[in-house]
Design a protein around this ligand. Structure first.
Ligand code: SAH
Ligand code: SF4
Ligand code: F3S
Length: 459
């Protein structure tokens, strides 16, 4: 019997794949005696699982390390020891540079080596230098992670694909996560079955470029994402499937077809377009045009008329003109998004776009971001308001701020609040939408069978 005496605090930045990885780090460390703790103060180990995508994200790590240094010193003054670790994409990108800037850090390791954490901890616990492990190892970490029970979440993440071979010219991911890799289909299904047994009703399949999934399947074959989703939908207990993040050029017919035929596949798709200008898209190496994206949106809506689209945008990519930016606004108007994220271009060391001469001035980026966000916010609000009066099936998996209030996600990923529903915590509940706001909806219990009307609407 292992006693979980030591306290482990993990702070997670960045994308959902980092959230997944942090949970797996805790799984790997449990057998060597670490139990998760919500506080960094007094912890025996603190891991920062970091994000390198934009400059601001990366800089946060060093300011957080400055704070943790004090907690580490306090623990040492009290006769204890705190192992301080930097994991994730900043660790992969900066490696030894972190140890130079913050010599009190004990361990630096990347996204592909955390299955080796028990050895790293053993090495860090012995006196002497810091541990640095940012290799891209030949073995897959997934083959070495323990098959522990799920945490009992109703909505669970499952990484099926890692890394990226697309090399968009602005992006660090191909460097921090490495080459594209798909987990074997059977390994994914095993994990999905385990999550379902432990209470999950919703699974979000994750990958940096999830729809390029091509996992080996029995008999020497390969499955794409559409086929995998079908198999996951056949697991008893799994009522809702989502996937993120997708690249427009990797959406194939089987995936579009899945949206038309698999009821458990939620009618929501995060499909980043980045820009509406063909010139900028080419400079970004996105390998599709704005019209390709418009046609793709049409095809998805032909398959599933109520599908809600979401996107990411970058404004102020090097060389972006006012005319290019207007093309982005035009694309947004043409396609219509239920929600979206937009960012000012951030030059990342080592990426091709960072070396381009014509960087866009900061104030110009800020103005474009404001204009784009005004348009996107108005579309999001209009979409939310259009849901009022409809009945939507909502997975109530979080508690709200007010007493008895629950919060969940609609099929279209909107946050929905409901009062006095405590008894329904953890369930998928039909709610009648009573109000639509900028970022959320309000609902109340709907009469039984109310959502059947929606199903008819797209059947
Ligand atoms: N795999 C995802 C991208 C993950 S990064 C995809 O292919 O879409 C999430 C978002 O961050 C990107 O879609 C992009 O909009 C933004 N992003 C990435 N690099 C950036 C940079 N250098 N500056 C600003 N935004 C960036
Ligand atoms: Fe980055 Fe996504 Fe492009 Fe890959 S496809 S390089 S993860 S933006
Ligand atoms: Fe950030 Fe790495 Fe994810 S850079 S967005 S944590 S893949």
């Amino acid at each position: 019997v292992v006693t979980l005496a030591k306290k482990l605090h993990i702070k997670t930045y960045g994308c959902q794949m980092n959230v997944y990885d942090s949970a797996r780090m805790a799984d790997v460390l449990a057998p060597v005696g670490y139990a998760p703790s919500a506080d960094a103060g007094g912890a025996d180990m603190v891991i920062l699982n970091t994000c390198h995508i934009r400059e601001k994200a990366a800089e946060k790590v060093y300011s957080e390390l400055g704070r943790l240094r004090l907690l580490k010193a306090a623990k040492e003054d009290a006769g204890g020891r705190m192992i301080l670790a930097v994991a994730g994409c900043v660790a992969q990108a900066e490696g030894a540079e972190i140890l130079r800037r913050a010599p009190y850090v004990d361990m630096v390791f990347g996204p592909q080596t955390y299955h080796r954490l028990p050895e790293m901890v053993a090495r860090a616990s012995r006196a002497g230098g810091a541990v640095l492990d940012t290799a891209f190892p030949p073995e897959s970490k997934f083959d070495h992670l323990p098959a522990v029970p799920g945490a009992g979440e109703r909505s669970a993440f499952l990484t099926i694909q890692e890394g990226c071979d697309r090399f968009c010219t602005f992006c660090v991911v191909p460097y921090t996560r490495g080459a594209e890799f798909s987990r074997p289909a059977e390994q994914v299904l095993d994990e999905a079955r385990r999550l379902a047994r432990d209470g999950a009703v919703e699974i979000t399949l994750l990958g940096q470029n999830v729809n390029s999934y091509h996992g080996s399947a029995g008999g020497g074959g390969e499955w794409g994402l559409g086929r995998l989703i079908r198999a996951v939908s056949e697991i008893p207990g799994i009522d809702r499937i989502r996937y993120t993040t997708s690249h427009p050029a990797d959406v194939d017919g089987a995936l579009i077809d899945a949206h038309g035929h698999i009821a458990a596949l939620m009618p929501f798709l995060h499909l980043p377009v980045q820009s509406g200008s063909d010139r900028v898209l080419a400079a970004m190496n996105r390998r599709h045009t704005a019209d390709d994206y418009r046609r793709l949106a049409d095809k998805l809506r032909d398959a599933r008329p109520d599908i809600a689209l979401s996107s990411d945008f970058i404004v102020g990519f090097p060389g972006e003109t006012d005319a290019d930016f207007r093309e982005t606004l035009r694309l947004v108007e043409d396609v219509g998004f239920a929600q979206a994220y937009s960012f000012k271009y951030s030059a990342r060391p080592g990426t091709p776009a960072a070396a381009l001469e014509v960087q866009v001035p900061g104030p110009v980026k800020a103005d474009r971001l404001d204009a784009l966000q005004d348009l996107l916010n108005s579309q999001q609000r209009a979409f939310n308001e259009s849901c009022v009066g409809r009945a939507l099936a909502v997975l109530l998996d979080r508690r709200g701020r007010a007493d008895g209030q629950l919060v969940g996600r609609s099929p279209y990923m909107q946050a929905v609040h409901v009062e006095d529903a405590d008894a329904r915590f953890g369930q998928v509940v039909d709610l009648e939408i009573t109000a639509g706001y900028a970022n959320s909806l309000a609902g109340r219990a709907a009469p039984p069978g109310a959502t059947a009307e929606n199903e008819k609407a797209y059947a």
